[in-house]
Design a protein around this ligand. Structure first.
Ligand code: 2NL
Length: 371
Protein backbone atom coordinates (compact mmCIF):
# COMPACT_ATOMS: atom_id res chain seq x y z
CA UNK A 1 0.00 0.00 0.00
CA UNK A 2 1.22 3.48 -0.87
CA UNK A 3 2.62 5.52 1.95
CA UNK A 4 0.47 8.29 3.43
CA UNK A 5 1.59 10.85 5.98
CA UNK A 6 0.18 9.76 9.35
CA UNK A 7 -1.30 12.25 11.83
CA UNK A 8 1.06 12.63 14.77
CA UNK A 9 -0.47 12.65 18.21
CA UNK A 10 2.61 11.58 20.17
CA UNK A 11 5.50 14.09 19.84
CA UNK A 12 7.97 12.12 21.97
CA UNK A 13 11.49 11.61 20.58
CA UNK A 14 10.81 7.89 20.01
CA UNK A 15 7.54 8.51 18.14
CA UNK A 16 9.12 11.20 15.90
CA UNK A 17 12.05 8.88 15.22
CA UNK A 18 9.71 6.11 14.10
CA UNK A 19 7.61 8.44 11.92
CA UNK A 20 10.76 9.75 10.22
CA UNK A 21 12.10 6.21 9.71
CA UNK A 22 8.82 5.04 8.12
CA UNK A 23 8.80 8.03 5.79
CA UNK A 24 12.41 7.53 4.66
CA UNK A 25 11.99 3.82 4.02
CA UNK A 26 8.85 4.50 1.94
CA UNK A 27 10.82 7.11 0.00
CA UNK A 28 13.66 4.64 -0.66
CA UNK A 29 11.26 1.96 -1.90
CA UNK A 30 9.48 4.34 -4.24
CA UNK A 31 12.75 5.78 -5.60
CA UNK A 32 13.92 2.26 -6.46
CA UNK A 33 10.78 1.67 -8.54
CA UNK A 34 11.36 4.65 -10.87
CA UNK A 35 11.87 3.16 -14.35
CA UNK A 36 11.21 5.90 -16.89
CA UNK A 37 10.61 9.58 -17.34
CA UNK A 38 6.93 9.53 -16.46
CA UNK A 39 7.62 7.47 -13.30
CA UNK A 40 10.27 10.02 -12.36
CA UNK A 41 7.91 12.96 -12.79
CA UNK A 42 5.14 11.29 -10.80
CA UNK A 43 7.61 10.36 -8.05
CA UNK A 44 9.07 13.85 -7.88
CA UNK A 45 5.63 15.52 -7.76
CA UNK A 46 4.29 13.12 -5.15
CA UNK A 47 7.15 14.04 -2.78
CA UNK A 48 8.13 17.55 -3.76
CA UNK A 49 5.06 19.31 -5.18
CA UNK A 50 4.62 22.58 -3.34
CA UNK A 51 0.89 22.00 -3.19
CA UNK A 52 0.18 18.84 -1.21
CA UNK A 53 3.47 17.02 -1.90
CA UNK A 54 4.57 14.81 0.99
CA UNK A 55 7.17 17.37 2.11
CA UNK A 56 4.46 20.03 2.30
CA UNK A 57 2.22 17.64 4.20
CA UNK A 58 4.78 16.90 6.90
CA UNK A 59 5.31 20.62 7.26
CA UNK A 60 1.58 21.25 7.62
CA UNK A 61 0.63 18.24 9.72
CA UNK A 62 3.66 17.47 11.86
CA UNK A 63 4.99 20.94 12.38
CA UNK A 64 1.98 23.24 12.34
CA UNK A 65 -0.06 20.59 14.23
CA UNK A 66 2.51 20.27 17.03
CA UNK A 67 1.49 21.43 20.53
CA UNK A 68 3.25 24.60 21.67
CA UNK A 69 5.77 22.88 23.96
CA UNK A 70 6.83 20.41 21.23
CA UNK A 71 7.14 23.02 18.41
CA UNK A 72 10.84 23.72 18.77
CA UNK A 73 11.90 20.08 18.80
CA UNK A 74 9.46 19.21 16.00
CA UNK A 75 10.82 22.12 13.91
CA UNK A 76 14.39 20.82 14.18
CA UNK A 77 13.35 17.27 13.31
CA UNK A 78 11.13 18.26 10.40
CA UNK A 79 13.94 20.39 8.97
CA UNK A 80 16.41 17.53 9.25
CA UNK A 81 13.92 15.21 7.62
CA UNK A 82 13.24 17.64 4.78
CA UNK A 83 16.96 17.96 4.10
CA UNK A 84 17.34 14.15 4.06
CA UNK A 85 14.38 13.77 1.69
CA UNK A 86 15.73 16.47 -0.68
CA UNK A 87 19.12 14.75 -0.67
CA UNK A 88 17.66 11.33 -1.53
CA UNK A 89 15.54 12.86 -4.29
CA UNK A 90 18.62 14.60 -5.72
CA UNK A 91 20.49 11.31 -5.82
CA UNK A 92 17.48 9.53 -7.34
CA UNK A 93 17.33 12.19 -10.05
CA UNK A 94 21.00 11.76 -10.84
CA UNK A 95 20.60 7.98 -11.17
CA UNK A 96 17.44 8.41 -13.23
CA UNK A 97 19.15 10.83 -15.64
CA UNK A 98 22.17 8.56 -16.06
CA UNK A 99 19.97 5.56 -16.85
CA UNK A 100 17.67 7.50 -19.15
CA UNK A 101 20.60 8.48 -21.39
CA UNK A 102 20.86 4.80 -22.33
CA UNK A 103 18.24 3.39 -24.72
CA UNK A 104 17.04 0.86 -22.15
CA UNK A 105 17.50 0.53 -18.43
CA UNK A 106 20.30 -1.97 -19.10
CA UNK A 107 23.75 -0.37 -19.14
CA UNK A 108 25.00 -0.03 -22.73
CA UNK A 109 28.75 -0.38 -22.36
CA UNK A 110 29.36 0.83 -25.92
CA UNK A 111 28.17 4.35 -25.07
CA UNK A 112 30.79 6.98 -24.25
CA UNK A 113 31.11 7.95 -20.59
CA UNK A 114 29.47 10.99 -19.05
CA UNK A 115 31.58 13.98 -20.01
CA UNK A 116 32.40 16.22 -17.09
CA UNK A 117 33.52 19.76 -17.86
CA UNK A 118 37.25 20.12 -17.25
CA UNK A 119 38.37 23.16 -15.32
CA UNK A 120 40.75 25.78 -16.69
CA UNK A 121 43.58 27.69 -15.13
CA UNK A 122 42.31 31.02 -13.79
CA UNK A 123 43.55 33.94 -15.96
CA UNK A 124 45.33 35.58 -13.00
CA UNK A 125 47.11 32.36 -12.02
CA UNK A 126 47.97 31.72 -15.66
CA UNK A 127 49.55 35.17 -15.95
CA UNK A 128 51.38 34.54 -12.68
CA UNK A 129 52.82 31.24 -14.00
CA UNK A 130 53.91 32.88 -17.25
CA UNK A 131 55.76 35.64 -15.40
CA UNK A 132 57.38 33.24 -12.92
CA UNK A 133 58.51 30.93 -15.71
CA UNK A 134 60.38 33.74 -17.52
CA UNK A 135 62.47 34.26 -14.38
CA UNK A 136 62.91 30.55 -13.72
CA UNK A 137 64.54 30.24 -17.15
CA UNK A 138 66.98 32.96 -16.05
CA UNK A 139 67.94 30.80 -13.04
CA UNK A 140 65.70 32.42 -10.41
CA UNK A 141 64.24 30.29 -7.59
CA UNK A 142 60.64 30.64 -6.41
CA UNK A 143 59.96 31.40 -2.73
CA UNK A 144 56.69 31.70 -0.83
CA UNK A 145 55.89 32.89 2.67
CA UNK A 146 53.13 33.77 5.15
CA UNK A 147 50.18 36.05 4.25
CA UNK A 148 49.76 37.08 7.92
CA UNK A 149 52.94 39.00 8.72
CA UNK A 150 54.43 41.15 11.45
CA UNK A 151 54.92 44.90 11.13
CA UNK A 152 58.67 44.15 11.27
CA UNK A 153 58.80 42.13 8.04
CA UNK A 154 56.13 44.10 6.19
CA UNK A 155 57.37 47.61 7.04
CA UNK A 156 60.26 48.08 9.46
CA UNK A 157 62.87 45.90 7.71
CA UNK A 158 61.85 47.48 4.40
CA UNK A 159 62.86 50.94 5.59
CA UNK A 160 59.35 52.35 6.07
CA UNK A 161 59.55 55.15 8.68
CA UNK A 162 57.37 54.60 11.81
CA UNK A 163 54.76 57.16 10.69
CA UNK A 164 54.61 56.17 6.99
CA UNK A 165 51.02 56.52 5.67
CA UNK A 166 50.98 52.86 4.45
CA UNK A 167 51.03 51.86 8.14
CA UNK A 168 47.65 53.56 8.65
CA UNK A 169 44.56 51.38 9.05
CA UNK A 170 43.16 53.27 6.05
CA UNK A 171 45.65 51.38 3.89
CA UNK A 172 46.59 48.22 5.77
CA UNK A 173 44.41 45.47 7.26
CA UNK A 174 45.60 44.76 10.81
CA UNK A 175 44.66 41.75 12.93
CA UNK A 176 42.45 43.05 15.78
CA UNK A 177 43.47 43.19 19.43
CA UNK A 178 47.23 43.83 18.99
CA UNK A 179 47.47 47.24 20.68
CA UNK A 180 49.33 45.94 23.71
CA UNK A 181 52.18 44.52 21.61
CA UNK A 182 55.21 46.55 20.54
CA UNK A 183 54.66 47.90 17.02
CA UNK A 184 57.13 45.55 15.30
CA UNK A 185 55.32 42.43 16.59
CA UNK A 186 51.81 43.47 15.53
CA UNK A 187 50.19 41.17 13.01
CA UNK A 188 48.73 42.34 9.70
CA UNK A 189 47.88 41.01 6.26
CA UNK A 190 50.99 41.58 4.14
CA UNK A 191 50.56 44.49 1.72
CA UNK A 192 53.29 43.21 -0.65
CA UNK A 193 55.37 40.03 -0.96
CA UNK A 194 58.62 41.83 0.04
CA UNK A 195 58.56 40.31 3.57
CA UNK A 196 59.37 36.94 1.97
CA UNK A 197 62.52 38.49 0.47
CA UNK A 198 63.68 39.60 3.93
CA UNK A 199 62.86 36.13 5.30
CA UNK A 200 64.81 34.52 2.44
CA UNK A 201 67.85 36.74 3.04
CA UNK A 202 67.76 35.73 6.73
CA UNK A 203 67.95 32.06 5.68
CA UNK A 204 70.16 32.09 2.58
CA UNK A 205 73.48 33.85 2.13
CA UNK A 206 74.22 35.77 -1.07
CA UNK A 207 74.35 35.37 -4.01
CA UNK A 208 70.56 34.97 -4.47
CA UNK A 209 68.08 35.27 -7.33
CA UNK A 210 64.46 34.82 -6.23
CA UNK A 211 60.92 35.60 -7.33
CA UNK A 212 57.99 35.61 -4.92
CA UNK A 213 54.43 35.22 -6.19
CA UNK A 214 51.51 35.48 -3.78
CA UNK A 215 48.37 37.14 -2.51
CA UNK A 216 48.50 40.49 -0.74
CA UNK A 217 45.84 42.64 0.97
CA UNK A 218 45.06 46.35 1.18
CA UNK A 219 42.19 48.15 2.90
CA UNK A 220 40.58 49.18 -0.42
CA UNK A 221 36.89 48.80 -1.26
CA UNK A 222 36.39 46.67 -4.41
CA UNK A 223 35.80 48.47 -7.72
CA UNK A 224 36.78 48.05 -11.38
CA UNK A 225 40.49 48.53 -10.60
CA UNK A 226 40.78 47.75 -6.85
CA UNK A 227 40.33 44.69 -4.70
CA UNK A 228 41.10 44.11 -1.00
CA UNK A 229 42.96 40.94 -2.13
CA UNK A 230 45.18 40.84 -5.18
CA UNK A 231 48.33 39.15 -6.50
CA UNK A 232 51.88 40.32 -6.67
CA UNK A 233 55.20 39.06 -7.92
CA UNK A 234 58.39 40.52 -6.57
CA UNK A 235 61.94 39.64 -7.49
CA UNK A 236 65.35 40.13 -5.95
CA UNK A 237 68.93 39.61 -7.16
CA UNK A 238 71.82 40.13 -4.74
CA UNK A 239 75.49 39.51 -5.54
CA UNK A 240 78.80 41.34 -5.63
CA UNK A 241 78.75 44.12 -8.24
CA UNK A 242 75.07 44.04 -9.25
CA UNK A 243 74.41 47.29 -11.11
CA UNK A 244 71.48 49.28 -12.47
CA UNK A 245 72.61 47.96 -15.89
CA UNK A 246 71.86 44.41 -14.69
CA UNK A 247 68.40 45.58 -13.59
CA UNK A 248 67.70 47.20 -16.97
CA UNK A 249 68.93 44.22 -19.01
CA UNK A 250 67.00 41.68 -16.90
CA UNK A 251 63.70 43.58 -16.92
CA UNK A 252 64.00 44.49 -20.61
CA UNK A 253 64.40 40.78 -21.37
CA UNK A 254 61.45 39.98 -19.10
CA UNK A 255 58.93 42.26 -20.85
CA UNK A 256 60.10 41.10 -24.28
CA UNK A 257 59.60 37.47 -23.22
CA UNK A 258 56.10 38.33 -21.95
CA UNK A 259 54.84 40.75 -24.63
CA UNK A 260 57.01 39.94 -27.65
CA UNK A 261 60.43 41.09 -28.88
CA UNK A 262 58.92 44.12 -30.66
CA UNK A 263 57.97 46.11 -27.56
CA UNK A 264 60.19 48.97 -26.50
CA UNK A 265 60.89 49.78 -22.84
CA UNK A 266 61.77 52.87 -20.89
CA UNK A 267 62.50 53.64 -17.26
CA UNK A 268 61.24 56.69 -15.36
CA UNK A 269 62.51 57.83 -11.96
CA UNK A 270 60.24 56.95 -9.02
CA UNK A 271 60.36 56.42 -5.27
CA UNK A 272 60.01 53.40 -2.97
CA UNK A 273 61.18 53.32 0.67
CA UNK A 274 63.16 50.09 0.02
CA UNK A 275 65.06 51.00 -3.17
CA UNK A 276 67.40 53.84 -4.11
CA UNK A 277 67.41 54.83 -6.91
CA UNK A 278 63.90 53.67 -7.88
CA UNK A 279 62.15 53.53 -11.23
CA UNK A 280 58.98 52.53 -13.05
CA UNK A 281 59.26 50.43 -16.18
CA UNK A 282 57.04 51.31 -19.15
CA UNK A 283 56.45 49.35 -22.36
CA UNK A 284 55.04 50.57 -25.65
CA UNK A 285 51.28 50.00 -25.49
CA UNK A 286 50.53 46.54 -26.93
CA UNK A 287 46.94 47.62 -27.64
CA UNK A 288 47.67 50.61 -29.93
CA UNK A 289 51.30 49.77 -30.73
CA UNK A 290 52.47 53.04 -29.16
CA UNK A 291 50.43 55.41 -31.32
CA UNK A 292 47.99 56.36 -28.54
CA UNK A 293 45.06 55.91 -30.93
CA UNK A 294 42.87 53.07 -32.13
CA UNK A 295 41.69 54.18 -35.54
CA UNK A 296 40.02 57.48 -34.79
CA UNK A 297 39.37 56.63 -31.10
CA UNK A 298 41.72 57.44 -28.23
CA UNK A 299 43.50 54.33 -26.81
CA UNK A 300 42.13 53.80 -23.29
CA UNK A 301 44.58 51.32 -21.68
CA UNK A 302 47.54 53.73 -22.19
CA UNK A 303 45.46 56.91 -21.78
CA UNK A 304 46.69 58.00 -25.24
CA UNK A 305 50.32 58.16 -24.08
CA UNK A 306 51.44 55.09 -26.06
CA UNK A 307 53.13 53.75 -22.88
CA UNK A 308 51.91 51.35 -20.20
CA UNK A 309 53.45 51.01 -16.73
CA UNK A 310 54.41 47.39 -16.04
CA UNK A 311 56.30 47.39 -12.75
CA UNK A 312 58.27 49.26 -10.09
CA UNK A 313 61.94 48.53 -9.43
CA UNK A 314 65.21 49.83 -8.08
CA UNK A 315 68.53 49.13 -6.39
CA UNK A 316 68.04 47.68 -2.89
CA UNK A 317 68.45 50.47 -0.33
CA UNK A 318 71.52 49.90 1.92
CA UNK A 319 69.22 50.47 4.94
CA UNK A 320 67.38 47.24 3.99
CA UNK A 321 70.63 45.25 3.84
CA UNK A 322 71.51 46.53 7.35
CA UNK A 323 68.67 44.37 8.75
CA UNK A 324 70.24 41.16 7.32
CA UNK A 325 73.89 42.25 7.40
CA UNK A 326 74.91 39.40 9.72
CA UNK A 327 73.94 36.81 7.12
CA UNK A 328 76.42 38.10 4.53
CA UNK A 329 74.50 41.12 3.23
CA UNK A 330 76.99 43.85 4.15
CA UNK A 331 75.97 46.82 1.96
CA UNK A 332 79.67 47.64 1.54
CA UNK A 333 80.25 44.22 -0.07
CA UNK A 334 77.04 43.32 -1.94
CA UNK A 335 74.47 45.14 -4.00
CA UNK A 336 71.20 44.11 -5.55
CA UNK A 337 68.17 45.06 -7.54
CA UNK A 338 64.51 44.36 -6.78
CA UNK A 339 61.20 44.77 -8.57
CA UNK A 340 57.50 44.26 -7.95
CA UNK A 341 54.41 44.02 -10.14
CA UNK A 342 50.65 43.66 -9.74
CA UNK A 343 49.64 40.45 -11.52
CA UNK A 344 45.90 41.17 -11.65
CA UNK A 345 46.45 44.49 -13.42
CA UNK A 346 48.77 42.84 -15.97
CA UNK A 347 46.19 40.08 -16.55
CA UNK A 348 43.48 42.73 -17.12
CA UNK A 349 45.64 44.41 -19.77
CA UNK A 350 46.76 41.16 -21.35
CA UNK A 351 43.23 39.79 -21.83
CA UNK A 352 41.46 43.13 -22.38
CA UNK A 353 39.15 42.65 -19.36
CA UNK A 354 37.56 45.95 -18.24
CA UNK A 355 36.59 45.13 -14.64
CA UNK A 356 38.86 43.55 -12.02
CA UNK A 357 35.86 42.15 -10.15
CA UNK A 358 35.23 39.55 -12.87
CA UNK A 359 38.41 37.81 -11.71
CA UNK A 360 37.03 37.25 -8.20
CA UNK A 361 33.32 36.50 -8.74
CA UNK A 362 33.81 32.89 -9.87
CA UNK A 363 31.23 33.16 -12.68
CA UNK A 364 31.77 30.11 -14.90
CA UNK A 365 30.57 32.02 -18.00
CA UNK A 366 33.52 34.37 -17.55
CA UNK A 367 36.11 31.78 -16.53
CA UNK A 368 35.28 29.22 -19.24
CA UNK A 369 36.64 31.66 -21.84
CA UNK A 370 40.10 30.45 -20.73
CA UNK A 371 39.20 26.75 -21.05
C1 2NL B 1 55.44 47.92 -7.31
C2 2NL B 1 56.84 48.12 -6.86
C3 2NL B 1 58.70 47.07 -5.84
C4 2NL B 1 60.48 46.09 -4.56
C5 2NL B 1 59.15 46.12 -4.96
C6 2NL B 1 61.94 45.14 -2.82
C7 2NL B 1 62.09 44.12 -1.90
C8 2NL B 1 63.19 44.15 -1.06
C9 2NL B 1 64.12 45.12 -1.15
C10 2NL B 1 63.92 46.11 -2.08
CL1 2NL B 1 63.38 42.91 0.10
N1 2NL B 1 62.85 46.10 -2.89
N2 2NL B 1 60.85 45.13 -3.65
C11 2NL B 1 61.34 47.03 -5.09
C12 2NL B 1 60.88 47.99 -5.97
C13 2NL B 1 59.54 48.01 -6.35
O1 2NL B 1 57.35 47.03 -6.18
O2 2NL B 1 54.91 48.77 -7.95
N3 2NL B 1 54.83 46.80 -6.98
C14 2NL B 1 53.50 46.49 -7.36
Amino acid sequence: MAYTVPKLTDYSAAAMEKAAGDLLSALGEEAAKVKNDSDWKAFRDRWMARKNGILTQINDQWLKGAPKEAKREAGIRVNELKAAVADIIDKAEYIHLELSTATSSAVDITLPGIRRPIGAEHPVIRTMHEIVSVFQKLGYSVAEGPVVETDYYNFEALNFPPDHPARDTQDTLFIAGQQSKPQRERLLLRTHTSPVQIRTMEKMRPPIRIVIPGTVHRNDPPDASHSPMFHQIEGLAVDTNITFGDLKGTLDHFVKALYGANVKTHFRPSFFPFTEPSAELYVTCFICGGSGRRGTDPCRPCKQTGWIEVLGCGMVDPNVFEFVKDNGYDPKKVSGFAFGMGVDRLALLKYGVDDLQYFFQGDVRFLEQWA
